[in-house]
Design a protein around this ligand. Structure first.
Ligand code: AGP
Length: 613
């Protein structure tokens, strides 16, 4: 999952491209580069390392052109080296006629490479992308229009791509093509931009045109045209970006992850705005595009998602089955898309995705659609591919999430799923008073999260005890089991400490063998009908001298008496406890990683939106 930025206009392109790449570093950050046409020849600057390394290179060897393409990489083929960094240049025998940057995977690159090597094209690196540059150069040798050349190259490529291309003979012209990986055009005054995510364009214009699969675009300073590979010329639809450019600024916080954890009271307010219907003791989710009758007739719900979104879906399973007595299945999207799961015609398929671009989740959506199911998206990124392809859905309204480790999006997903459970429940057996109690509870969540955030100093102290741990177990019962899974994922992602989440009672059936003084356990243990059972499970770990950190209600003396650290949350109705219990777990992972000196916003080997399979 790489980040692409392109620019053509009257301003110097390099600073604009570099600033855009900085905003896309959440997508990949192992190497970066730019290419531009200057005085009729291609100027390429690229190097392994962060965008800051490229910036330094450009300070030493500036590029003054007012056009260019750029890239920040998450390696799929070939290690993070200078030669494998993008852009890749195409041309025979040192003739450098074109430069290409790519986000995605060219699955048939090996056979194309052999074909081109046999024709005398020399390959410098180990990436799949370099074949696109040489294919483009070969087509340009025919002297055709670069856009026509690109349209002839694309049918040769199997796999996914977001591409940006410049050609030496056409200074000021930037080409782009999309199949599977996101690309958006920024429509400015006397300038046009191209990017993998509107966040890189926001400082320059709020007017964007999202490229669809199969579309190719040509940008010049004054205009742009889109053509579809098969359907010819396309009339672009211009959308407006609905958030302020500084929404992606750190705003004085040490890290985006910390900023986004602390934003969660507002996140839940935005996720619920206009959706709680006190007069009906219910919730309204207008974007589902399904009538109450269609929702009432549903016999089953399937959620498909990945990573943190999958954990949120699991919370949704517990809540929908409890409040609506509707069977729910939560599928790993990567498995669902190929598993040929038996689905009857009264099954609703929801996909959950913060980015709206995760390839496996998009694949699951397309599979359900292919099988004729109403497909619904619960998505954060407005205008993303999943949002556009789903038949209906719910936006999270959490604003841009920059930290690679998802936090506020999880809370927004759980809030929306609670509203969905309430809505489906009120269409079935949930009474007005039960529904009204849940409306009250949801309205109290932002303040209660605010309370939970105040315990940060206590969490920080507990984090000290985990920095040396080799492995940590996270345990939760019932709806807190997915919260435990999420806590484990956060710790793994940013502190690189191995961690696993389990249903608490499952401990005895194996994982308890891991318990010793070096293997801490984190119990998610707010008050509730299973609290006593959880206390006994904690005793089992204490009996084996395992260190214990518990997330529990402030003032719960019983829990405090059996725990080394208690991360306090306010007492609250069970239905909203997941939204509170996850906060200290996010902060715990954050402070462990901070104490270990890890790169919290750009953890190794990860990327924010996984656009390849
Ligand atoms: C979570 O912190 C990770 N970034 C990752 O697991 C993520 O949740 C997963 O890749 C799904 O992303 P999505 O919600 O954007 O589809």
């Amino acid at each position: 999952m790489c980040g692409i930025v392109g620019y053509t206009g009257s301003k110097e392109a390099a600073p604009i491209l570099v600033a855009g790449l900085r905003r896309l570093e959440y997508r990949g950050y192992d190497s970066a580069g730019i290419a531009a046409v200057e005085d009729g020849s291609l100027e390429v600057r690229k190097q392994a390392g962060r965008v800051s390394v490229l910036e330094e290179l450009l300070r030493l060897r500036p590029v003054k052109a007012s056009n260019g393409i750029s890239h920040t990489r998450w390696a799929t083929h070939g290690p993070a080296t200078d030669v494998n960094a993008h852009p890749h240049v195409g041309g025979r025998a040192g003739r450098r006629s074109t430069a290409v940057v790519h986000n995605g995977v060219i699955e048939n690159h090996a056979s194309i490479r052999r074909e081109l090597e046999a024709e005398g094209f020399a390959f410098l690196g180990q990436t799949d992308t370099e074949v696109v540059a040489h294919l483009m150069a070969r087509e340009l040798e025919r002297g055709d229009d670069p856009m026509d050349a690109l349209l002839r190259v694309l049918p040769r490529l199997e796999g996914t791509y977001g591409l940006a291309v410049v050609t030496a003979d056409r200074p000021g012209e930037v080409l782009g093509a999309r199949l599977g990986s996101p690309l958006v055009v920024g429509v400015g005054e006397g300038e046009h931009l191209l990017a993998s995510d509107p966040v890189a364009i926001a400082p320059h214009t709020a007017n964007v045109a999202y490229l669809q699969d199969g579309e190719v675009v040509r940008l010049t300073a004054d205009d742009f045209e889109i053509r579809h590979r098969e359907r010819g010329s396309v009339t672009p639809r211009i959308d407006r970006i609905d958030w302020k450019p500084d929404a992606v600024e750190l705003g004085g916080h040490a890290h985006y992850m910390l900023k986004e954890i602390r934003e969660q009271p507002d996140t839940v307010i935005n996720a619920c705005r206009g959706r709680l219907v006190r007069s009906e003791g219910s919730a309204r989710l207008g974007g589902l595009n399904l009538t109450a009758r269609q929702l009432r007739r549903a016999r089953r719900v399937v959620f498909a998602a990945c990573g943190t979104s999958w954990h949120a879906a699991l919370v949704g399973e517990y809540l929908i089955e409890r409040l609506a007595h509707l069977p729910v299945e939560v599928e790993y999207a990567s498995e669902f898309r190929y598993r040929n799961a038996p689905l009857d015609d009264r099954t609703l398929v929801f996909v959950l995705s913060q980015s709206g671009e995760t390839a496996d989740t998009l694949g699951a959506l397309r599979e359900a659609k292919r099988r004729g199911h109403p497909t619904l998206g619960i998505v954060n990124t407005v205008g993303s591919t999943i949002a556009r392809e789903a038949d209906g859905g719910v936006y999270l309204h959490a604003g841009p999430e920059v930290g690679v480790a998802s936090t506020k999006a999880f809370s927004a997903q759980v809030a929306v799923l609670t509203l969905l459970a309430l809505h489906l429940g009120r269409l079935r057996q949930l009474s007005f008073s039960e529904g009204a109690a849940i409306v009250d509870a949801m309205e109290s969540v932002p303040a209660l999260i605010g309370e939970a955030l105040k315990a940060e100093p206590i969490v920080e102290a507990a984090a000290e005890s985990l920095t040396k741990a080799r492995s940590v177990l996270f345990l939760g019962r019932d709806v807190h089991y997915p919260v435990a899974l999420e806590g484990a994922l956060k710790l793994k992602e940013i502190s690189y400490i191995h961690a696993e989440g389990y249903p608490t009672a499952e401990m005895k059936h194996g994982p308890i063998a891991l318990i010793d003084p070096e293997t801490p356990s984190v119990f998610v243990a707010p008050r509730g009908p299973l609290h006593a059972k959880t206390l006994s499970n904690i005793e089992e770990v204490r009996a084996r001298r395992g260190p214990i950190i518990s997330v529990g209600v402030a003032g719960d003396d019983e829990l405090a008496s059996v725990s080394d650290h208690v991360l306090p949350i306010p007492d609250a109705p069970e239905v909203i406890q997941p939204l509170l219990a996850v906060v200290p777990l996010q902060l715990l992972a954050y402070h462990v990683a901070r104490l270990k000196g890890c790169d919290i916003d750009k953890p190794r080997n990860l990327a924010k939106s996984v656009t390849v399979e």
